[in-house]
Ligand binder design. Structure first.
Ligand SMILES: [Mg+2]
Length: 315
């Protein structure tokens, strides 16, 4: 019989978590003492995200490597969205004692894999028993002489620009919900987002006035920017060309692909506002910041309020 998490034990897993951790770079003291110590440049930026089994992921839809990767990706995306440079993550894992130890170890491998992709270090963590799997990741970053980019700085005349994918994760979730496994690229986007690592700090350097990562969908998240900044935002639908897998899924279920692009969450792309002429390469201009119109600080599409089909408010 294969080993369970209870048999591997809390300290067994923590030992694995500590293994191969190197000090160096910003990490003064890594895992193994009571707390890790970082040296940082500028202000410390921190964010926490949680993934709960049955709420944020299903074990039959996502493997342990993907769940581990996603937990790091969504937390680090929030550091990116502040215009900061991500440095390190701390991980809390709570799980049932009868969980196969291999699931926990593969999840740890996924956490490590995404840390390497995001160029951050895993500096500590904690393990506990729980009735279902619960993964919490705290991400830490530094501002390095830049001001943090908040949601409240969008200014009339700014351009709205996007770095990353729109609607892919939502299309993948629809596919899985209907019992299918393809298009594979959409399913993978649901299992683990691919935030544009490094783009957040780059946006800050180029003078981004506001920024957010897309967790709830383009309209919902830009709505936060519009309200925090007291502006209107007008998106150009022609600039929002849906990716191939999004078009394929939309066509298969008889929906407008624009619905996925505007309302689909969990892609963790970055969207930022830049003064005219300051949009960095690699970012696509998708709209502009305007004075608040009669509808208040809200997001319009081609100058009009977007009204998706009835009942299609979220995924
Ligand atoms: Mg966020």
């Amino acid at each position: 019989m294969s080993q369970t998490l209870a048999e591997l034990g809390e300290f067994g897993l923590i030992e694995r978590l500590r293994a191969d951790q190197e000090n160096g770079g910003p990490v003064w003291i890594g895992p193994g003492d009571d707390a890790a110590v970082l040296s940082i440049d500028g202000r410390a930026v921190s964010a926490l995200d949680q993934l709960v089994e049955g709420v944020h992921f299903r074990r039959d839809w996502s493997g342990p490597v993907e769940v581990g990767r996603k937990a790091v990706a969504v937390a680090v995306a929030d550091i990116e969205a502040m215009g900061a440079r991500p440095l390190a993550v701390l991980v809390g894992l709570a799980a049932p004692g009868d969980l196969p130890a291999s699931w926990a170890l593969d999840c740890l491998a996924g956490l490590r894999q995404e840390c390497a992709t995001a160029s951050v270090q895993l500096i500590g963590g904690d393990v506990s028993a729980a009735e279902r799997i619960h993964l919490a990741v705290t991400a830490l970053g530094e501002t390095r002489g830049q001001e943090p980019v908040q949601r409240s700085g969008a200014t009339v005349g700014d351009l709205v620009a996007l770095r990353g994918r729109l609607g892919w994760a939502a299309a993948g979730l629809v596919v899985l919900t209907r019992g299918f496994r393809s298009p594979r690229a959409a399913v993978q986007a649901h299992q683990c987002p691919t935030p544009p690592y490094g783009a957040g700090a780059e946006a800050a350097m180029f003078g981004a006035t506001a920024m957010i990562d897309l967790s709830d969908g383009l309209l919902a998240d830009l709505g936060h920017v519009a309200r925090a900044s007291g502006v209107g935002i007008d998106l150009d639908s022609r600039a929002l060309g849906p990716g191939e897998p999004v078009r394929a899924v939309a066509q298969a279920i008889g929906r407008d692909p624009l619905e996925f692009v505007l309302s689909g969450g969990e892609d963790h792309a970055l969207v930022a506002t830049f003064p005219f002429g300051q949009v960095p390469q690699g970012w696509d201009v998708i709209g502009r910041v305007e004075a608040v119109g009669p509808l208040g600080p809200t997001v319009l599409v081609d100058g009009r309020a977007w009204s998706g089909p009835a009942g299609w408010t979220h995924f």
